[in-house]
Design a protein around this ligand. Structure first.
Ligand code: ADP
Ligand code: MG
Length: 179
C-alpha cells in the first residue's frame, strides 16, 4: 500500500467504514472479538479470495460469541447453524454460510435459507454472498478481506468493514473497531 492509499483510507474511514491492517491471526481474533461485541442482527457478507481468512474470522467470531465446540467450514453443507447461549441465558441463533459451491440461488430456497434470514435476532454470516447477491436481501455489514501478496508477510490481511443503509440505521459506529 502506498502513502496516497493510506491517506485515502484515513479520509473515508469513519462511522460507516473502517479499514484495518491485520498483521497476524491474533489481530483477526481481536477484530472478531470486537465484532462479536456489537449487537448485530441480520446478515454480514464476507468477501475475499480463497484463503483470505473469511472462515478463520468467522471461527473466532463464533467463539467470541460464546460457541464452545468446533467450527466446520460449511463449504459442502452451505450452512452450519449454531445456537449460542449468551450470558443472560438467552439463545442467539447464528448461521454460518459459504455459498462458494452454490450452483443456482434457487438452492437457497430448498434449504430454507429465507427462514434463517427472517429469524428475529439471528446473525447470518455469509461467505461468497456474491454467488447469490441478486437473491439475498442486503446485509447489515460488508466485510472485505484481502491477503497481502508479499511472501514474507503471510499473516497480513487488509480488511474493509462497511455498514449498509440498514446497518447505519441501527446506529453502529465502526470507528470504535481498533486493534
Ligand atoms: P477463506 O475462508 O477466506 O477461504 P480460510 O479462513 O479458510 O480462508 O483460510 C485462511 C488461512 O490463512 C488459514 O489457514 C489461516 O490460518 C491463515 N491465516 C494466516 N494469517 C491470517 C490472518 N491474519 N487472518 C486470517 N487467517 C490467516
Ligand atoms: Mg472459507
Amino acid at each position: 500500500m502506498n502513502n496516497n492509499q493510506t491517506i485515502e483510507d484515513a479520509a473515508i474511514s469513519g462511522k460507516n467504514l473502517q479499514t484495518l491492517t491485520l498483521h497476524s491471526e491474533k489481530d483477526t481474533q481481536r477484530l472478531a472479538e470486537q465484532l462479536a461485541a456489537l449487537p448485530l442482527i441480520g446478515s454480514v457478507w464476507l468477501a475475499g479470495d480463497l484463503g483470505a481468512g473469511k472462515t478463520t474470522l468467522t471461527r473466532y467470531w463464533l467463539q467470541a460469541l460464546g460457541h464452545k465446540g468446533a467450527v466446520k467450514s460449511p463449504t459442502y453443507t452451505l450452512v452450519e447453524p449454531y445456537s449460542i447461549t449468551q450470558n443472560d441465558g438467552s439463545i442467539k441463533p447464528v448461521y454460518h454460510a459459504d455459498l462458494y459451491r452454490l450452483q443456482d440461488p434457487e438452492e437457497l430456497s430448498f434449504i430454507g435459507f429465507d427462514e434463517y434470514l427472517d429469524e428475529p435476532n439471528a446473525l447470518v454470516i455469509i461467505e461468497w454472498a456474491s454467488r447469490a447477491d441478486s437473491y439475498l436481501p442486503l446485509p447489515t455489514m460488508f466485510i472485505d478481506m484481502t491477503q497481502s501478496n508479499s511472501n514474507d508477510d503471510k499473516e497480513s490481511r487488509q480488511v474493509a468493514i462497511r455498514l449498509s443503509k440498514a446497518g447505519q440505521v441501527q446506529g453502529f459506529d465502526l470507528s470504535s473497531l481498533n486493534l
